[in-house]
Design a protein around this ligand. Structure first.
Ligand code: ATP
Ligand code: MG
Length: 453
């Protein structure tokens, strides 16, 4: 057994606040001990967070433990976690009564790919069990996120500052094509970290290339859980490659008709992401379902926002058409502002709720760029409204407010955050989105399998 850091199992039941040692079994046969202190508030998500540090290349959505008969029991939720802990504490009591050594709780991450370069950032996920300063030991709430922050900061340091270049990228699959370019799933040659790389062909001067690179600098400063992580960009010949965090659930445009309780949690993240960008004086300018990414950890992040005017302009010169998510006043050529992003937010969430573009006369078959005359109905007609009865009143009201024809009547950032629809789903529950993404990916996989048979 490989112990990256070993807890002291005997300390696991020391009074007054017993620490819990969880032994994470790795598919290659090794193990990592994680001491949790205090244990009672431990959440399912905390365990997945720690597993994701131990197995950074794998996508883990559940884990298993063994019962007294050696049968594997799957844990996918807080409820199942509670059942596992209660089973474990019963066995601990028995071990103590019999004078035996307390054995750590062994868990087996599920649906993992081989770990590859495990612990690439040298993360120490363990804390010293039973150390003199127990208050410094892992508090479940803070340990995973702090350590992940460190991982992401280190990754940025490795990848950014010109250290990332074409030679370091190993392209794997194509994730999708947009109007501007192609997005690849790739890995970094030095540390095996999975990335998304967007490659956009651009025939522009060296001067413009430099301008774009300096405009993209602000992305290094973006630090929000609701904004896609940026690792660096580089030009090779006439194309720019932009390297970002990979989101294993992909973009929302492929999900179709998302149930309201899931969509509510997604909306909270999107509103928080937009509010963050606006606080940096960045307008997104391209809010639409394909620029909202999700992952199996239940995170929702915005991508492709217009930090580089020069990049936006250069792409626009190559691709002709008007964005169907654009607000009416912009289609008519008026100035862009926060209210424009708010319209796009409204129309996007209406589409995600209905499972179709809200204007039936607009057929969005390929991408979101359309001939201007097809979008004229957005300018001329009353905004569509979500069917009352099928959706909750706060949701219908939220969309109606965002899609007011008059820009000034749309909610300001603080009004969005304070809207009942957002407030009621702002409960920090990432599990709802996580479970839904996992289920959808599973369905997609089995459909693909059936299709190929
Ligand atoms: P447009 O070019 O108009 O913005 P788009 O958003 O559909 O259209 P791209 O931004 O090129 O096009 O993205 C293509 C697809 O790649 C997306 O729809 C999404 O499914 C996938 N994708 C993009 N970025 C990531 C990422 N970071 N992680 C995972 N998948 C991604
Ligand atoms: Mg995009």
């Amino acid at each position: 057994m490989l112990l990256l850091a070993v807890g002291d199992p005997a300390a696991a039941m020391e009074p007054p606040a017993p620490a819990l040692v969880i032994r994470i079994r790795i598919p290659d046969g090794g193990a990592v001990d994680w001491t949790v202190h205090p244990a009672p508030q431990l959440l399912f998500r905390d365990v997945l967070d720690v597993i994701s540090q131990v197995l950074p290349d794998a996508t883990t959505t559940a884990f298993e433990y063994e019962d007294e008969d050696g049968d594997r029991i799957t844990v996918r939720s807080d409820e199942e976690m509670k059942a596992m802990l209660s089973y474990y504490y019963t066995t601990v009591m028995e071990q103590q009564v019999n004078g035996q050594l307390v054995v750590p709780l062994q868990i087996y991450p599920r649906a993992c790919k081989p770990p590859g370069k495990r612990n690439i950032h040298g993360l120490k996920v363990n804390t010293r069990a039973g150390s003199a300063n127990n208050s410094a030991a892992a508090v479940p709430d803070s340990l995973p996120s702090n350590s992940l922050k460190k991982s992401s900061a280190e990754l940025k340091k490795i990848l950014a500052n010109g250290q990332i270049n074409e030679q370091d990228i190993r392209y794997r699959d194509i994730l999708g094509h947009g109007n501007g370019g192609t997005v690849y799933k790739a890995s970094h040659a030095l540390n095996g970290k999975i990335l998304a790389v967007k490659v956009i062909p651009l025939d522009i001067t060296l001067e413009l290339q430099k301008q774009i690179m300096s405009e993209l600098e602000i992305l290094y400063k973006c630090d929000s859980s609701y904004i896609i992580g940026f690792y660096g960009a580089f030009f090779v010949e006439n194309r720019i490659s932009i390297c970002t965090e990979f989101m294993d659930g992909g973009s929302l445009d492929v999900y179709r008709k998302i149930p309201e309780h899931v969509l509510g949690r997604i909306a909270v993240a999107v509103v928080k992401g937009l509010t963050y960008l606006w606080s940096l004086k960045i307008l997104h300018r391209d809010v639409k379902p394909s620029n909202m990414l999700v992952n199996t950890r239940g995170q929702v992040k915005l991508c492709d926002f217009g930090v580089s005017t020069q990049l936006v302009n250069s792409i626009a010169k190559t691709y002709v058409g008007t964005n169907a998510y654009m607000e009416p006043e912009r289609i008519s050529g008026e100035q862009y502002g926060i209210h424009s992003d708010v319209w796009s937010l409204g129309i996007s969430f209406m589409e995600l709720a209905l499972g179709r573009f809200p204007y039936p006369q607009i057929q969005k078959n390929q991408g979101s760029l359309m001939p201007l005359q097809l979008l004229q109905c957005i300018v001329d007609e009353e905004s569509p409204v979500l069917p009352v009865g099928e959706f909750s009143e706060p949701f219908v009201h939220f969309i109606t407010q965002c899609m007011r024809k008059q820009p000034k009547e749309r909610p300001a950032p603080e009004e969005l955050m304070g809207h009942l629809f957002i407030v009621q789903y702002n409960d920090g529950n990432t599990e709802v989105v996580s479970m839904w993404v996992c289920r959808m990916l599973e369905e997609r996989r089995s459909q693909q399998q059936q299709g190929s048979q």
